[in-house]
Design a protein around this ligand. Structure first.
Ligand code: GDP
Length: 449
């Protein structure tokens, strides 16, 4: 997700200007704040939200301490950061006090159905619920029901539907019965979407709400529409009790102004961000993390969270083998796949402070694919014992993988170095070893260079 990345670069530039100066004047502060406002407006933040935000920043920044401060850039960043966190902060947790029923609402195309699937997946992964049930109440478009069925299959989550029934309240009632008979511990109702807010749809949502009193009613908003989301959120809020927001499609080059604006104007808390089309592309909303991204400080938290999801048992087994010097190319392939799961090299670099400014266009994911292709072109024996890779075999592998022999030589050299390093590490006390650090070590990078 490059949330508001657009304005992080610009903000950096204007702050860099500020740092170059020795003495900061009131005018400098005013100028910087003016630029911050332009950046916000460019990011499609609502005008009055941007104005209020900047008024606060200016007031705080004009404080004498900043002007006399040793590092005005750091101080202004802190003010902007604290204020943005303040603006975005809220209750980001889902609560199920009334019952275990959730209702998903939103306009057509906002990503409502996809998010319904993502949420079931997320809550099950987090072990909050064991057996969610998705209920297809978007009955006007048969394609929407099919989509939910497909999602359910992909996730191995049950979907309740009644194709010939047009009474959504009845469908949901039947679904509730079905859920209690079949041991489902969470019901997520995917409601109908429309192109625009209309009273018919709102009445339907209201009836569903009255009949089920869901613990959570999440409004799904397309993160790419900017401040237009304010009106949508306002309209929905008038009819149903929205308990939280989900912004989708935050992975593109969306400027994300909607997130700030809707939170500020509706006062509704943001619960999740959709960050890919895939079913694991849902992130718990974390204001600090979002603000850090805005200000270009990286997203270490996001990286740690993803790393934690990986199968640690398998990692430990692999680590043991590595320490014993038994690290073969099969293990290496696993490491590469793990890297992919973490969002690829580029994904990782983006999340590390400072790294997001480095030009990584040369460090292409293609390199990883190349290494993968090479290993996959090897026989199982060659993967286990790379020492048997003579010239003839290397030529064969190069042909098979569409690479050059020099690529293979380079990779093997890196592998040998890494193996040596692993072995020497194995002789140390590794009780506190951090696998992820190891993965980023030089030996590993040599594979890719
Ligand atoms: P609905 O009409 O509101 O149910 O919307 P859908 O769930 O069908 O989503 C509309 C389109 O947006 C689909 O092509 C989804 O794959 C896509 N989509 C949904 N969420 C995300 C997201 O977080 N990131 C990206 N890139 N695409 C998304």
């Amino acid at each position: 997700m490059d949330l508001m990345g657009v304005f992080s670069d610009k903000l950096q530039n204007s702050l860099d200007d500020l740092t170059r100066k020795k003495n900061i004047t009131e005018d400098d502060v005013k100028q910087t704040v003016k630029e911050i406002r332009l950046i916000l407006l460019e990011a499609d933040v609502n005008y009055s939200v941007a104005k209020n935000f900047c008024n606060v920043i200016r007031e705080k920044a004009l404080n004498e301490d900043v002007l006399k401060g040793l590092d005005p850039q750091e101080q202004i960043i802190k003010i902007v950061r604290d204020e943005m966190i303040n603006l975005l902060e809220g209750d980001n947790e889902l609560t199920f006090e009334e019952n275990n029923i959730m209702m998903m609402v939103g306009l057509q195309g906002s990503g409502k159905t996809t998010t319904t699937g993502k949420l079931a997946n997320f809550l099950r992964k987090k072990k909050r619920f064991k057996k969610p049930l998705l209920v297809a109440c978007d009955i006007y478009r048969p394609a929407a029901i099919d989509q939910l069925v497909t999602l359910g299959k992909q996730l191995a989550v049950d979907v309740y539907l009644e194709r010939d029934n047009t009474d959504v309240v009845e469908i949901a009632s039947n679904a509730r019965k079905f859920a209690s008979e079949n041991g489902h511990d969470l019901i997520i109702i995917d409601t109908a979407g429309r192109m625009h807010v209309d009273t018919e749809l709102m009445d339907e949502l209201k009836r569903l709400e009255e009949a089920f009193n869901p613990s959570e009613t999440l409004l799904v908003l397309d993160g790419t529409v900017g401040q237009m989301a304010i009106e949508v959120a306002d309209n929905f809020s008038q009819y149903v009790n929205i308990t939280g927001l989900v912004f989708t499609k935050m992975d593109g080059d969306t400027r994300g102004g909607g997130v700030l604006s809707v939170k500020q104007t509706t006062g509704k808390d943001i619960k999740f961000l959709g960050v890919s089309e895939k079913l694991d592309g849902l992130e718990e909303f974390n204001p600090e993390r979002v603000v850090s991204r805005i200000l270009g400080m990286g997203d270490v938290l996001g990286l740690i969270e993803k790393a934690e999801e990986l199968d640690t048992e398998e990692n430990m087994k692999m680590a043991e083998r590595m320490m014993e010097g038994n690290f073969d190319l099969n293990d290496f392939l696993k490491q590469i796949n793990m890297l992919n799961k973490l969002g690829g090299l580029k994904g990782i670099m983006k999340m590390i402070p400072g790294m997001n400014k480095i030009d990584i266009s040369g460090l292409d994911e293609k390199e990883i694919d190349k290494v993968k292709a090479i290993i996959l072109s090897m026989t199982p024996e060659e993967r286990e014992k790379p020492s048997i890779l003579n010239a003839k075999r290397r030529i064969r592998i190069a042909k098979g993988s569409g690479t050059e022999v020099s690529d293979i030589n380079r990779m093997i050299k890196g592998y040998d170095q890494m193996k040596k390093m692993m072995k020497s590490m194995g002789n140390m006390d590794m009780s506190n070893m951090d696998l992820n650090k190891m993965k980023n070590s030089n030996g590993f990078n040599n594979f890719l260079r």
